[in-house]
Design a protein around this ligand. Structure first.
Ligand code: ARG
Length: 475
């Protein structure tokens, strides 16, 4: 008979290479705290329902807490022969406390056990990712607030388009991150469903109390179908989807940061402590952080594709393919948290080069729309005004000057509607101030956005604190 915990029906031990291939202990050990918390709740329920004795339960809980201390301290010896975190812990428990340990797995399968652990792990990680999202949102708000008077060119097609406030640009990313936070809130809700009690797939013959387990582990909901409970990986796919979208946002911000700190733009300067040099070219100061975040985006998207592909052909209920859910999501969790934390630091350390941005607005034609709008306000149809402004730009380019350099006489040659106030109307500050439609780039609209951003941050904080208070601690 095989030594494995399921060895009864086997006459041979598992081949060594196969053993190594199918083991997940190398990565699923990071769910040890969830595994122990789940087992304590399960044992407590078994005793309450009269399925095991109180003495057995006491011995199990004490034994599990000892194991937790060992793993926390790094003195637990994980064994590949015991496949995964669930059997490593159960075997150690049984070695320590004897028969009572062998009763822990009553009315439970590793299929609902691993689902429980993963739900709890993801629930906790969602909260940690949200904390990092908020930190970056905070960094954007601080930087926007400190630079409220900074004007830069806004772009379309990466061509200078209209003057905007730098703060307005930063707050666009705040908005994306706010949606990311909300998306992760949705992931939390789908992770907050308790699978334990599904057994291997069909439920159990024992009179268990799933509500009691759910209450102990602070689950809001319980799976109503045992097959769904052990087969569902939606919350993992959703996490990876939310993480991919978040990374796409960070990647766009990275792309802009890389452009902005190039010599060609010179809109910002990154802190020396956040850049690296070149081994050959002495002058180099490279924006590696932004490049890496942009690069790591592909990796997280890859994990999403892998998971969708893994699940797409699976029959119900559990299949070992599902063990492949873990490495991708663990890596995605690490990547997303790290990228967010690093980016917040980068933004906080960034020097904003107000004068360079201002020059980019004045020494160009991004006020051409404002010239047209001026004529419209004096009664000219917009299409006609567009043509007049276009002609003005055309003439300026031919003469090597800008709209601001034109004399009133020159303007009036193009249209008699021009008056002395045209000079004021096309100053970048005026262009910005006048875009006062809701959500526009005017000083007061950006002020409103900042107020709304701070209100949202405190609302997010409340959600955050509630989720943190619901985390289960087995220690
Ligand atoms: N290590 C497995 C996983 O991560 C645990 C469940 C195993 N169940 C089974 N019947 N082999 O999915």
């Amino acid at each position: 008979m095989s030594e494995a915990m399921w060895g009864g029906r086997f006459s041979k031990t598992t081949d060594e290479m196969i053993n190594e291939f199918q083991a997940s202990i190398g990565f699923d050990k990071r769910m040890y705290h969830e595994d122990i918390a789940g087992s304590i709740a399960h044992a407590t329920m078994l005793a309450k329902c009269g399925i095991i004795t109180d003495e057995d339960k006491e011995a199990i809980v004490k034994g599990l807490k000892d194991i937790l201390k060992h793993i926390d301290a790094g003195s637990f010896d994980f064994s590949v022969d015991l496949e995964d975190i669930h059997m490593n812990i159960e075997k150690r428990l049984t070695d320590a406390i004897g028969e009572a340990g062998g009763r822990l797995h009553t009315a439970r399968s590793r299929n609902d056990q691993v689902a429980l652990d993963t739900h709890m792990y993801i629930r906790r990680q969602v909260t940690e990712v949200q904390r990092e999202i908020q930190n970056l949102q905070q960094a954007l708000v601080e930087t926007a607030e400190k630079n409220q008077d900074v004007i830069m060119p806004g772009y379309t097609h990466l061509q200078r388009a209209q003057p905007i406030l730098f703060a307005h640009h930063l707050l666009a990313y705040f908005g994306m991150l706010a949606r990311d936070f909300a998306r992760f809130e949705g992931v939390y809700q789908r992770a907050d469903i308790m699978p334990l009690g599904a057994g291997a797939l069909a439920g159990t013959t024992f009179p268990i109390d799933r509500e009691f387990v759910a209450r102990q582990l602070n689950f809001e909901h319980i799976y109503g179908n045992s097959l769904d409970a052990v087969s569902d990986r939606d919350y993992i796919m959703e996490f990876l989807a939310a993480a991919s979208i978040l990374m796409v946002h960070l990647s766009r911000l990275s792309e802009e940061t890389i452009l902005w700190c190039s010599r060609e733009f010179s809109f910002v300067e990154l802190d020396d402590a956040h850049c690296t040099g070149s081994s050959m070219m002495p002058q180099k100061k490279n924006p590696d952080v932004s490049e890496l975040v942009r690069g790591k985006t592909g990796r997280v998207i890859g994990h999403l594709m892998a998971m969708l592909t893994t699940v797409k052909g699976l029959p119900l209920a559990y299949n070992k393919d599902l063990q492949e859910d873990k490495e991708g999501i663990f890596d995605a969790i690490d990547t997303v948290k790290f990228s967010l934390a690093v980016y917040a630091q980068l933004i906080r350390g960034m020097k904003v080069r107000k004068d360079v941005m201002k020059r980019a607005v004045t020494e160009d034609f991004s006020n051409a729309t404002d010239l047209a709008d001026y004529l419209v306000k004096k009664g000219m149809p917009f299409r006609q005004a567009h043509a007049v402004s276009g002609t003005a730009v055309h003439d300026c380019i031919a003469k090597g000057k800008y709209l601001e350099d034109m004399t009133l006489a020159e303007f009036q040659q193009l249209s008699p509607l021009f008056e002395a106030d045209i000079k004021e109307a096309i100053r970048p500050e005026t262009c910005v101030r006048n875009r006062n439609s809701l959500g526009g780039t005017s000083y007061s609209q950006v002020e409103r956005q900042l107020t709304a951003a701070k209100e949202l941050l405190s609302a997010e904080q409340k959600i955050q604190s509630k989720a943190e208070s619901l985390q289960v601690n087995a220690r």
